[in-house]
Design a protein around this ligand. Structure first.
Ligand code: TYC
Length: 134
């Protein structure tokens, strides 16, 4: 058991401070202690707090060795393209050298780049994929 206490004089002083605080007048009924009449509350936030996340393009680069069907399969599997869309994007990259697979928030874009690069490496294809701020 712990029988320690404040000295009586200190305890008494703290009690009288507390009483003084409670006795202060704040009659405007908003409990903010300013006693300045109604409608003096501070507007804390007018706009909603949420911000739009930055978006990132997942870019695929052409090379001379990765089979076209492999690139089409990648676009179907990781970028949810149908066969026609996937073939169109693959041919665009083949002809222009670079193309957009999709646009995502940072974490999702980064995950897709990793998935593409991992599968390409497993199949020993030199396919390259990267991120670019949208
Ligand atoms: N150029 C490759 C070929 O002729 C096909 C290819 C397309 C490779 C798109 C990569 O991102 C790519 N086999």
């Amino acid at each position: 058991m712990n029988h320690w206490r404040y000295p009586t004089s200190y305890a008494a002083r703290m009690q009288s401070h507390a009483q003084a605080r409670m006795n202060k007048s704040d009659d405007d009924n908003d409990d903010n202690g300013d006693d300045g009449g109604p409608s003096t509350g501070v507007v804390v936030r007018t706009k909603p707090k949420a911000k739009k996340p930055s978006m990132y393009k997942v870019i695929m680069l052409n090379d001379d060795y990765t089979p076209m069907e492999f690139v089409v399969m990648i676009l179907e599997r990781f970028f949810n393209k149908n066969h026609e869309e996937a073939s169109h994007i693959m041919l665009h990259v083949h002809q222009k050298g670079v193309g957009v697979c999709g646009v995502y928030t940072y974490e999702i874009a980064e995950t897709k780049v990793t998935q593409v690069m991992d599968l390409a490496r497993q199949h020993q294809h030199p396919l390259q994929c990267t991120l670019e701020k949208a």
